[in-house]
Design a protein around this ligand. Sequence first.
Ligand code: PAN
Ligand code: ZN
Length: 192
Amino acid sequence: MNMNHKNNIQSSIRNPLITFINGQLTGADVVHQVKTLIELNGIFEDQTMFEKMNGSQIAYEVDVWCPVENGTEGGLFFGLTHLYPGQVGNEYFMTKGHFHAVENRAEYYWGIEGEGILLLMDKDRNTRAERMSPGSLHYIPGFTAHRVVNTRAGMLRFGACWPADAGYNYDIIMNEGFSKRIKNIDNVPSLI
Ligand code: PAN
Ligand code: ZN
């Protein structure tokens, strides 16, 4: 094989745009979002305790890769959430939680590092919980609000993949919450 031919073959094979190694998502198109505690104002039960805490501390960070434009039917987004350990009173740090704006859109979550609990609530406000740990895979059906709670002392990292036209509806959860909470009762995460 002459050198030109060989170079052509090699140059037609692209390197990946994004890599997902050791719990980190890296690449030019990855958008990094930081959520501080103050942005979660209202989701914890113990508001008195919440107001005593440092609102500028980070509650979670999200790396998102959107290979297609937001709203593209048939497209997929990929995300990695890093949820910090902590408590507000006896309630653990957690994500805001949301329904999708296009309500029937489903999603996958999977555990990468640390341990926690995925809360799932349907439109009738029935809430159920699934343990999350490295390798756990969670199918979140459409019409189902989802929130993750970090129940341990270390970071909780989880992956997510969802339709590019799903969008977010945070209002329902901000106004009405989930029908159940995960609390630390005598050092045991309990669904209450
Ligand atoms: C995830 C979440 C991420 C942060 O990518 O957006 O874990 O949680 P909140 O959006 O509830 O603050 C996802 O579910 N996308 O649809
Ligand atoms: Zn979602």
